[in-house]
Design a protein around this ligand. Structure first.
Ligand SMILES: *Cc1c(COP(=O)(O)O)cnc(C)c1O
Length: 431
């Protein structure tokens, strides 16, 4: 007799875990993009990862270009990071007193990022950006903050401001629950255009390479233009390098472009996969923080011993040779993807900045959020994502995310992605 398929989802499988997750967690996830709402389907549950691969709870293997949205630059479960975290755990996981690795990590970051004189460790990019803006406001005695449409700086109230489609707008909450008053001093302007900066502006915060609306490189002169405009107005310039920091080279985007902000936000790569982020910059500005100055900021788990161990182990492996290698692999991936789309006759863009790579659909390079939305509006992204997944390649499940290849993705893995993109491109072209 033929065996019949079970009626209920197999216990412990993706579908059954998803049902249980949705019962106890809003939308089944602890961060919304993981729910696959914009691409459809049921997310796989990761059982484990190793190098460039992850396995789901049903034993299916995926070549992983999600990379935890940035932190997994060395691949998953890198032995040096595993060992560092295990050793740290044996010595105690949190004390509420200073530890040596906090000093080592701060020294390491300050030595790599020219102009970053002093910094404070926190636990998430959200905290880093929120705190950088607070210290900028405290240091300048001004309230207004300028942000760019399509950039993401975490989910603190004041930075969840929506834009007005390319027009400078003040104070539109981008989320329910954000009071109008919280964004009343947040000015939203279009990316890649230097805005007028008034003398009421405390700071301009920007992703120096935008990587949360797909990958949108800064046009020549944009970052230097921001620097000059801030200087003229007495405002501070904040680079949110939560993605670009320690991925786009040892000195991040500021080193890459030779434009030095007053403050930086870091996260993702610097935690080696554990919750760790930082904000830092000019000593005189950072000295406004408690206990030296009047700007309050704190954290029970800030500078956590396990996180600093992972961060130090991760940075120790990121030397010039590692960035060269990653850049070469990203170039191979981008060139292969571009060729694959072109060969299939699919209008697509594969923007690259050093070690950063994204994908857009359409005929023209994207320079701002309007362009990113037009790409997403083609509806091709969900088909790309699911087509790749069917071929064992996992990319972030959203049209506004970039791809995260890392040092564990060797030439063979890159070629596997390119082949899969070619097959999916042919499907897209067939309609
Ligand atoms: C991810 C991200 C953040 C927020 O970091 P979390 O750790 O998710 O809070 C802030 N800025 C940028 C540019 C990011 O990519």
């Amino acid at each position: 007799m033929p065996e019949t398929a079970p009626a209920a989802p197999a216990p412990g499988g993706n579908a059954s875990l998803w049902q249980r997750a949705c019962a106890v967690t809003p939308g089944g996830v602890n961060s919304p993009v993981r729910a696959w709402r914009s691409v459809g389907g049921t997310p796989y549950f990761v059982a484990r990862g190793e190098g460039p691969w992850v396995w789901d709870v049903e034993g299916r293997r995926y070549l992983d270009l999600v990379g935890s949205y940035g932190p997994a630059i060395h691949g998953h479960a890198h032995p040096a990071i595993v060992e560092a975290v295990a050793a740290a755990a044996r010595e105690g996981s949190s004390f509420g007193a200073p530890t040596e690795r906090e000093v080592l990590l701060a020294e390491e970051i300050c030595s790599r990022v020219v102009g970053c004189e002093t910094l404070r460790l926190v636990s998430s990019g959200t905290e880093a950006c929120m705190s950088a803006v607070r210290v900028a406001r405290g240091a300048t005695g001004r309230d207004r903050v300028v942000v760019f449409e399509g950039c993401y700086h975490g989910h603190s109230d004041g930075l969840l401001a929506g834009g007005g489609s390319g027009v400078a707008t003040l104070g539109l909450p981008a989320s329910a629950g954000v009071p109008a008053g919280s964004v009343a001093d947040t000015l939203v302007v279009a990316y890649n255009t230097v805005p007028d900066i008034g003398e009421d502006v405390a700071c301009v915060i920007v992703e120096p390479v935008a990587a949360n609306m797909g990958l949108v490189p800064p046009v020549p002169g944009f970052l230097q233009g921001l620097r000059d405009a801030c200087d003229a107005a007495g405002a501070l310039l904040i680079f949110d390098e939560v993605i670009t920091g320690f991925r786009l080279g040892a000195g991040g985007a500021s080193g890459f472009y030779g434009v030095t902000p007053d403050l930086w936000c870091f996260g993702k790569v610097i935690g080696g996969g554990l919750p760790l982020a930082a904000f830092g910059g000019r000593r005189d500005v950072m000295s406004q923080l408690a206990p030296l100055g009047p700007v309050y900021q704190a954290g029970t788990l800030s500078g956590n011993p396990l996180a600093t161990a992972a961060g130090l182990a991760s940075l120790a492996m990121l030397d010039a040779a590692a960035y060269d290698e990653l850049g070469a692999r990203v170039a191979r991936l981008a060139a292969g993807m571009s060729e694959a789309f072109a060969a299939a006759g699919v209008a697509a863009q594969v923007p690259v900045v050093g070690t950063l790579v994204g994908v857009f659909f359409g005929d023209t390079p994207v320079v701002d959020y309007e362009g990113a939305k037009a790409s997403a509006g083609t509806g091709s992204f969900p088909r790309l994502m699911h087509g790749l997944l069917d071929r064992g390649v996992a990319i972030p499940p959203g049209a506004y995310e970039i791809l995260f290849p890392g040092l564990a993705h060797g030439p063979a893995e890159i070629d596997l992605v390119v082949r899969a993109v070619g097959e999916v491109a042919a499907e897209l072209a067939a309609g």
